[in-house]
Design a protein around this ligand. Structure first.
Ligand SMILES: [Zn+2]
Length: 396
Protein backbone atom coordinates (compact mmCIF):
# COMPACT_ATOMS: atom_id res chain seq x y z
CA UNK A 1 0.00 0.00 0.00
CA UNK A 2 2.78 2.40 0.88
CA UNK A 3 5.81 2.16 -1.28
CA UNK A 4 9.06 4.02 -1.58
CA UNK A 5 7.83 6.07 -4.50
CA UNK A 6 4.90 7.49 -2.55
CA UNK A 7 7.23 8.45 0.25
CA UNK A 8 10.03 9.75 -1.90
CA UNK A 9 9.05 13.45 -1.85
CA UNK A 10 8.68 13.39 1.92
CA UNK A 11 11.95 11.51 2.33
CA UNK A 12 13.69 13.97 0.05
CA UNK A 13 12.32 16.90 2.03
CA UNK A 14 13.51 15.21 5.23
CA UNK A 15 16.96 14.74 3.75
CA UNK A 16 17.11 18.42 2.81
CA UNK A 17 16.12 19.35 6.34
CA UNK A 18 18.78 17.02 7.71
CA UNK A 19 21.41 18.66 5.53
CA UNK A 20 20.52 22.07 6.92
CA UNK A 21 20.31 20.78 10.49
CA UNK A 22 23.65 19.06 10.15
CA UNK A 23 25.44 22.37 9.68
CA UNK A 24 24.05 23.85 12.86
CA UNK A 25 24.28 20.75 15.06
CA UNK A 26 26.98 18.61 13.62
CA UNK A 27 26.93 16.16 16.54
CA UNK A 28 23.19 15.45 16.56
CA UNK A 29 22.04 13.97 13.33
CA UNK A 30 18.58 12.92 14.54
CA UNK A 31 15.94 14.29 16.89
CA UNK A 32 15.19 10.91 18.44
CA UNK A 33 16.45 7.35 18.20
CA UNK A 34 14.37 4.49 19.54
CA UNK A 35 17.03 1.96 20.41
CA UNK A 36 17.10 -1.81 20.34
CA UNK A 37 13.40 -2.72 20.26
CA UNK A 38 11.74 -5.51 18.31
CA UNK A 39 10.29 -3.55 15.42
CA UNK A 40 7.08 -5.11 14.14
CA UNK A 41 5.92 -3.25 11.06
CA UNK A 42 3.57 -5.41 8.97
CA UNK A 43 3.30 -2.67 6.31
CA UNK A 44 6.83 -3.62 5.19
CA UNK A 45 6.81 -7.18 6.57
CA UNK A 46 9.45 -6.35 9.14
CA UNK A 47 9.79 -8.19 12.46
CA UNK A 48 13.36 -7.79 13.77
CA UNK A 49 15.46 -5.91 16.30
CA UNK A 50 16.10 -2.46 14.87
CA UNK A 51 16.95 1.11 15.80
CA UNK A 52 14.48 3.71 14.55
CA UNK A 53 15.77 7.22 13.88
CA UNK A 54 13.46 10.21 13.61
CA UNK A 55 14.08 13.63 12.19
CA UNK A 56 11.78 16.55 11.45
CA UNK A 57 8.75 14.57 12.65
CA UNK A 58 9.33 11.74 10.17
CA UNK A 59 10.93 8.33 10.20
CA UNK A 60 14.48 8.90 8.95
CA UNK A 61 16.05 5.43 9.22
CA UNK A 62 15.25 1.91 10.40
CA UNK A 63 18.50 -0.06 10.70
CA UNK A 64 19.99 -2.91 12.74
CA UNK A 65 22.18 -0.36 14.51
CA UNK A 66 22.31 3.42 14.24
CA UNK A 67 25.43 4.90 15.80
CA UNK A 68 24.72 8.56 15.02
CA UNK A 69 23.94 11.03 17.77
CA UNK A 70 20.42 12.14 18.56
CA UNK A 71 18.95 14.85 20.76
CA UNK A 72 16.87 12.25 22.58
CA UNK A 73 17.13 8.48 22.94
CA UNK A 74 14.39 6.07 23.94
CA UNK A 75 15.60 2.70 25.17
CA UNK A 76 13.28 0.01 23.81
CA UNK A 77 15.34 -3.10 24.59
CA UNK A 78 12.97 -5.96 25.37
CA UNK A 79 9.99 -4.03 24.01
CA UNK A 80 8.01 -3.90 20.79
CA UNK A 81 8.29 -0.87 18.55
CA UNK A 82 5.29 -0.65 16.24
CA UNK A 83 3.56 2.00 14.13
CA UNK A 84 1.26 4.21 16.19
CA UNK A 85 -2.02 2.37 16.77
CA UNK A 86 -5.11 3.40 14.81
CA UNK A 87 -8.50 2.97 16.44
CA UNK A 88 -11.37 3.35 13.98
CA UNK A 89 -14.24 2.97 16.45
CA UNK A 90 -14.00 5.16 19.53
CA UNK A 91 -16.12 7.76 21.27
CA UNK A 92 -13.17 10.08 21.87
CA UNK A 93 -15.21 12.97 20.50
CA UNK A 94 -17.52 12.85 23.51
CA UNK A 95 -14.85 13.83 25.99
CA UNK A 96 -12.36 16.71 25.84
CA UNK A 97 -9.81 14.48 27.62
CA UNK A 98 -10.46 11.52 25.29
CA UNK A 99 -7.77 12.04 22.63
CA UNK A 100 -5.04 12.63 25.22
CA UNK A 101 -6.02 9.53 27.17
CA UNK A 102 -5.95 7.17 24.18
CA UNK A 103 -2.67 8.73 23.07
CA UNK A 104 -1.17 7.41 26.32
CA UNK A 105 -2.36 3.95 25.23
CA UNK A 106 -0.41 4.21 21.96
CA UNK A 107 -3.29 5.41 19.76
CA UNK A 108 -2.02 8.00 17.29
CA UNK A 109 -5.14 8.20 15.11
CA UNK A 110 -8.82 7.80 15.98
CA UNK A 111 -12.32 7.94 14.57
CA UNK A 112 -15.33 8.88 16.68
CA UNK A 113 -17.99 6.48 15.47
CA UNK A 114 -21.26 8.36 15.54
CA UNK A 115 -21.41 9.88 19.01
CA UNK A 116 -23.27 12.82 17.50
CA UNK A 117 -25.64 13.43 14.61
CA UNK A 118 -26.47 16.51 12.56
CA UNK A 119 -27.79 18.49 15.53
CA UNK A 120 -24.53 18.51 17.47
CA UNK A 121 -21.80 17.29 15.15
CA UNK A 122 -19.91 20.50 15.98
CA UNK A 123 -19.23 19.14 19.48
CA UNK A 124 -17.30 16.06 18.35
CA UNK A 125 -15.60 18.06 15.58
CA UNK A 126 -14.39 20.64 18.11
CA UNK A 127 -12.62 17.84 19.99
CA UNK A 128 -11.19 16.37 16.78
CA UNK A 129 -9.91 19.81 15.80
CA UNK A 130 -7.90 20.24 19.00
CA UNK A 131 -6.82 16.59 19.27
CA UNK A 132 -3.04 16.17 19.49
CA UNK A 133 -3.20 13.21 17.07
CA UNK A 134 -5.33 13.04 13.89
CA UNK A 135 -8.98 12.48 14.80
CA UNK A 136 -12.10 12.52 12.64
CA UNK A 137 -15.78 11.74 13.12
CA UNK A 138 -18.57 9.66 11.66
CA UNK A 139 -21.90 11.42 11.72
CA UNK A 140 -24.74 9.44 13.25
CA UNK A 141 -27.63 9.19 10.79
CA UNK A 142 -29.85 9.82 13.83
CA UNK A 143 -29.77 13.59 14.03
CA UNK A 144 -29.68 13.62 17.85
CA UNK A 145 -26.76 11.15 17.95
CA UNK A 146 -26.64 8.36 20.53
CA UNK A 147 -29.82 8.37 22.61
CA UNK A 148 -30.65 6.13 25.60
CA UNK A 149 -34.09 5.49 24.11
CA UNK A 150 -32.57 4.53 20.72
CA UNK A 151 -31.08 6.83 18.07
CA UNK A 152 -33.65 6.13 15.37
CA UNK A 153 -36.58 4.43 17.10
CA UNK A 154 -38.36 7.52 15.86
CA UNK A 155 -37.65 7.19 12.12
CA UNK A 156 -37.98 10.94 11.56
CA UNK A 157 -34.65 11.33 13.36
CA UNK A 158 -32.93 9.58 10.43
CA UNK A 159 -33.02 12.87 8.59
CA UNK A 160 -31.26 12.71 5.23
CA UNK A 161 -31.43 16.46 4.54
CA UNK A 162 -30.08 17.42 7.97
CA UNK A 163 -27.18 14.94 7.68
CA UNK A 164 -26.28 16.11 4.19
CA UNK A 165 -26.32 19.73 5.30
CA UNK A 166 -24.11 18.99 8.31
CA UNK A 167 -21.60 17.05 6.20
CA UNK A 168 -21.43 19.71 3.50
CA UNK A 169 -20.39 22.24 6.17
CA UNK A 170 -17.78 19.93 7.69
CA UNK A 171 -16.19 18.01 4.85
CA UNK A 172 -12.76 18.31 6.47
CA UNK A 173 -13.79 16.40 9.60
CA UNK A 174 -16.68 14.07 8.74
CA UNK A 175 -15.23 10.89 7.22
CA UNK A 176 -18.34 8.73 7.09
CA UNK A 177 -21.85 7.96 8.30
CA UNK A 178 -22.70 5.70 11.26
CA UNK A 179 -25.87 3.65 11.41
CA UNK A 180 -26.54 1.84 14.69
CA UNK A 181 -28.98 -0.93 13.87
CA UNK A 182 -29.64 -3.08 16.98
CA UNK A 183 -33.24 -3.61 17.99
CA UNK A 184 -32.85 -1.34 21.03
CA UNK A 185 -31.41 1.44 18.84
CA UNK A 186 -33.35 1.35 15.55
CA UNK A 187 -36.12 -1.18 16.24
CA UNK A 188 -38.00 -2.16 13.14
CA UNK A 189 -36.54 0.81 11.29
CA UNK A 190 -33.12 -0.83 10.87
CA UNK A 191 -33.31 -1.43 7.10
CA UNK A 192 -34.75 2.00 6.28
CA UNK A 193 -32.24 3.71 8.60
CA UNK A 194 -29.39 2.01 6.76
CA UNK A 195 -30.89 2.86 3.37
CA UNK A 196 -31.00 6.53 4.39
CA UNK A 197 -27.45 6.42 5.80
CA UNK A 198 -26.27 4.98 2.49
CA UNK A 199 -28.14 7.68 0.54
CA UNK A 200 -26.31 10.35 2.55
CA UNK A 201 -22.90 8.66 2.38
CA UNK A 202 -22.92 7.91 -1.34
CA UNK A 203 -23.75 11.50 -2.21
CA UNK A 204 -20.40 12.49 -0.63
CA UNK A 205 -18.52 9.32 -1.64
CA UNK A 206 -18.09 8.41 2.03
CA UNK A 207 -18.24 5.03 3.78
CA UNK A 208 -21.03 3.85 6.06
CA UNK A 209 -20.18 2.05 9.27
CA UNK A 210 -22.93 -0.20 10.58
CA UNK A 211 -23.23 -1.34 14.17
CA UNK A 212 -24.47 -4.91 13.68
CA UNK A 213 -25.89 -7.49 16.07
CA UNK A 214 -29.28 -8.16 17.66
CA UNK A 215 -31.10 -6.51 14.78
CA UNK A 216 -34.70 -7.18 13.83
CA UNK A 217 -33.92 -7.54 10.11
CA UNK A 218 -31.76 -10.51 9.10
CA UNK A 219 -28.12 -9.47 8.88
CA UNK A 220 -27.82 -10.68 5.30
CA UNK A 221 -30.51 -8.25 4.15
CA UNK A 222 -28.67 -5.36 5.85
CA UNK A 223 -25.19 -6.34 4.66
CA UNK A 224 -26.47 -6.48 1.07
CA UNK A 225 -26.88 -2.68 1.27
CA UNK A 226 -23.16 -2.18 1.92
CA UNK A 227 -20.73 -1.05 -0.77
CA UNK A 228 -16.97 -1.44 -1.14
CA UNK A 229 -15.20 0.52 1.59
CA UNK A 230 -18.07 0.35 4.08
CA UNK A 231 -17.41 -1.06 7.54
CA UNK A 232 -19.25 -3.57 9.71
CA UNK A 233 -18.38 -3.03 13.37
CA UNK A 234 -19.05 -5.52 16.20
CA UNK A 235 -18.44 -8.47 13.85
CA UNK A 236 -18.32 -10.88 16.81
CA UNK A 237 -21.78 -9.97 18.09
CA UNK A 238 -23.56 -13.16 19.19
CA UNK A 239 -26.95 -14.26 17.78
CA UNK A 240 -29.60 -13.23 16.96
CA UNK A 241 -28.37 -12.05 13.59
CA UNK A 242 -24.74 -12.88 14.05
CA UNK A 243 -22.43 -13.33 11.04
CA UNK A 244 -22.76 -17.09 11.55
CA UNK A 245 -25.80 -19.29 11.04
CA UNK A 246 -27.14 -21.87 13.50
CA UNK A 247 -24.59 -24.42 12.36
CA UNK A 248 -21.70 -22.01 12.88
CA UNK A 249 -21.04 -21.19 9.24
CA UNK A 250 -20.44 -17.64 7.99
CA UNK A 251 -23.57 -16.51 6.16
CA UNK A 252 -23.18 -16.12 2.38
CA UNK A 253 -24.08 -12.40 2.34
CA UNK A 254 -21.18 -11.70 4.73
CA UNK A 255 -18.73 -13.69 2.60
CA UNK A 256 -19.95 -11.80 -0.47
CA UNK A 257 -19.55 -8.47 1.34
CA UNK A 258 -15.93 -9.22 2.21
CA UNK A 259 -15.29 -10.22 -1.40
CA UNK A 260 -16.56 -6.87 -2.66
CA UNK A 261 -14.39 -4.92 -0.20
CA UNK A 262 -16.53 -4.36 2.90
CA UNK A 263 -14.36 -4.24 6.06
CA UNK A 264 -15.10 -6.15 9.26
CA UNK A 265 -14.09 -4.51 12.54
CA UNK A 266 -14.06 -5.73 16.15
CA UNK A 267 -15.60 -2.80 18.10
CA UNK A 268 -14.90 -4.37 21.52
CA UNK A 269 -17.28 -2.20 23.56
CA UNK A 270 -19.06 -3.19 26.73
CA UNK A 271 -22.50 -4.62 26.03
CA UNK A 272 -23.72 -7.21 23.56
CA UNK A 273 -20.87 -6.99 21.05
CA UNK A 274 -18.62 -9.95 21.78
CA UNK A 275 -18.95 -13.36 23.40
CA UNK A 276 -16.15 -15.92 23.55
CA UNK A 277 -18.10 -18.83 22.04
CA UNK A 278 -19.10 -16.75 19.01
CA UNK A 279 -15.54 -15.48 18.66
CA UNK A 280 -14.16 -19.04 18.81
CA UNK A 281 -16.51 -20.23 16.06
CA UNK A 282 -15.86 -17.28 13.75
CA UNK A 283 -12.09 -17.42 14.22
CA UNK A 284 -12.15 -21.17 13.55
CA UNK A 285 -14.07 -20.50 10.34
CA UNK A 286 -11.10 -18.37 9.32
CA UNK A 287 -13.14 -15.18 9.15
CA UNK A 288 -10.71 -12.91 10.96
CA UNK A 289 -11.30 -9.22 11.64
CA UNK A 290 -9.72 -6.66 9.32
CA UNK A 291 -9.29 -4.20 12.17
CA UNK A 292 -9.38 -3.96 15.94
CA UNK A 293 -11.16 -1.13 17.62
CA UNK A 294 -12.07 -0.44 21.20
CA UNK A 295 -15.44 1.37 21.00
CA UNK A 296 -13.65 3.47 23.62
CA UNK A 297 -15.45 5.48 26.28
CA UNK A 298 -14.15 7.40 29.28
CA UNK A 299 -14.69 4.40 31.56
CA UNK A 300 -12.62 2.05 29.36
CA UNK A 301 -10.11 1.25 32.08
CA UNK A 302 -12.90 0.04 34.39
CA UNK A 303 -14.38 -2.31 31.77
CA UNK A 304 -13.18 -5.24 29.68
CA UNK A 305 -11.90 -2.74 27.09
CA UNK A 306 -9.07 -1.23 29.18
CA UNK A 307 -7.12 0.03 26.17
CA UNK A 308 -6.38 -0.72 22.51
CA UNK A 309 -3.34 -2.95 23.29
CA UNK A 310 -5.54 -5.04 25.62
CA UNK A 311 -8.27 -5.41 22.98
CA UNK A 312 -5.60 -6.53 20.51
CA UNK A 313 -4.32 -9.17 22.94
CA UNK A 314 -7.62 -11.05 23.13
CA UNK A 315 -7.00 -12.92 19.88
CA UNK A 316 -3.73 -14.66 20.74
CA UNK A 317 -5.86 -17.48 22.18
CA UNK A 318 -7.53 -17.92 18.80
CA UNK A 319 -4.34 -18.33 16.81
CA UNK A 320 -3.33 -14.77 15.99
CA UNK A 321 0.38 -13.97 16.00
CA UNK A 322 1.94 -10.75 17.27
CA UNK A 323 2.49 -9.52 13.73
CA UNK A 324 -1.05 -10.38 12.64
CA UNK A 325 -2.42 -8.50 15.63
CA UNK A 326 -0.26 -5.43 14.97
CA UNK A 327 -1.35 -5.42 11.31
CA UNK A 328 -4.99 -5.09 12.37
CA UNK A 329 -4.21 -2.21 14.69
CA UNK A 330 -2.03 -0.29 12.24
CA UNK A 331 -1.73 -0.60 8.45
CA UNK A 332 -5.11 -2.26 7.88
CA UNK A 333 -6.87 0.67 9.54
CA UNK A 334 -4.82 3.10 7.45
CA UNK A 335 -6.36 1.63 4.30
CA UNK A 336 -9.91 2.36 5.41
CA UNK A 337 -9.84 6.11 6.04
CA UNK A 338 -7.84 8.38 3.76
CA UNK A 339 -6.85 10.78 6.56
CA UNK A 340 -4.82 7.87 7.94
CA UNK A 341 -3.38 6.76 4.61
CA UNK A 342 0.22 7.78 5.39
CA UNK A 343 0.05 6.29 8.93
CA UNK A 344 0.25 2.75 10.25
CA UNK A 345 3.80 2.31 8.98
CA UNK A 346 7.38 2.98 10.05
CA UNK A 347 8.55 3.24 6.46
CA UNK A 348 11.22 5.91 5.93
CA UNK A 349 9.50 9.23 5.24
CA UNK A 350 6.29 8.38 7.08
CA UNK A 351 5.04 10.57 9.95
CA UNK A 352 6.93 9.47 13.06
CA UNK A 353 4.01 8.11 15.07
CA UNK A 354 5.21 5.15 17.10
CA UNK A 355 3.80 2.96 19.85
CA UNK A 356 6.25 1.23 22.16
CA UNK A 357 4.56 -1.76 23.74
CA UNK A 358 5.55 -4.38 26.25
CA UNK A 359 4.58 -7.93 25.41
CA UNK A 360 4.32 -9.45 28.88
CA UNK A 361 4.09 -13.21 29.43
CA UNK A 362 2.05 -14.67 32.26
CA UNK A 363 -1.60 -15.32 33.01
CA UNK A 364 -3.95 -12.56 31.96
CA UNK A 365 -7.71 -12.45 32.28
CA UNK A 366 -9.65 -11.12 29.31
CA UNK A 367 -13.35 -10.23 29.38
CA UNK A 368 -16.03 -10.41 26.70
CA UNK A 369 -19.26 -8.35 26.98
CA UNK A 370 -21.15 -11.12 28.85
CA UNK A 371 -18.95 -11.43 31.94
CA UNK A 372 -17.17 -14.33 30.23
CA UNK A 373 -13.50 -14.69 31.09
CA UNK A 374 -10.66 -16.36 29.28
CA UNK A 375 -7.06 -16.64 30.39
CA UNK A 376 -4.38 -15.66 27.93
CA UNK A 377 -0.64 -16.03 28.26
CA UNK A 378 0.57 -12.84 26.68
CA UNK A 379 -0.71 -9.30 26.67
CA UNK A 380 0.38 -6.04 25.09
CA UNK A 381 0.83 -3.15 27.51
CA UNK A 382 1.39 0.44 26.39
CA UNK A 383 4.85 1.66 27.36
CA UNK A 384 5.54 4.88 25.42
CA UNK A 385 4.05 6.86 22.56
CA UNK A 386 5.87 9.02 20.04
CA UNK A 387 3.71 11.45 18.07
CA UNK A 388 5.10 13.41 15.11
CA UNK A 389 8.59 12.52 16.32
CA UNK A 390 8.10 13.68 19.90
CA UNK A 391 7.84 11.54 22.98
CA UNK A 392 4.43 11.92 24.63
CA UNK A 393 4.79 12.67 28.35
CA UNK A 394 3.26 9.88 30.43
CA UNK A 395 0.73 10.68 33.12
CA UNK A 396 1.47 8.66 36.24
ZN1 LIG B 1 -19.59 2.70 19.47
Amino acid sequence: MLNRRQFFPAAAAGAAMLARGAKAFAAEKYDLIIKGGRVVDPSVRLDAVRDVAISGGRIAAVEPSIADMATDTLDAHGKLVVPGLLDIHTHCGRFPTGPGLVLQDGVTGWVDAGSKGADAIGETIAIARTSPQPGRVLINIGRAGILPEGDTMDLSRADVAAAKDAISKNLDFVVGVKARLSRDVAGENDYEVLRRAQEVATSFNLPVMIHMGQTISPLGKLVDLLKKGDIVTHLFAPPPNSIIDDSGRIIPEVLAARRRGVWFDVGNGQTGHMRWDTIATIMKDGFWPDTFSTDWNLNAHETGVIDMPNCMSKFFNYGMTVSEAIRRGTCNAARIFSFLSDRGTLNVGAPADVAVLELRKGNFEFLDNFKGKITGHQRFFPSATVLAGKRVPRAS
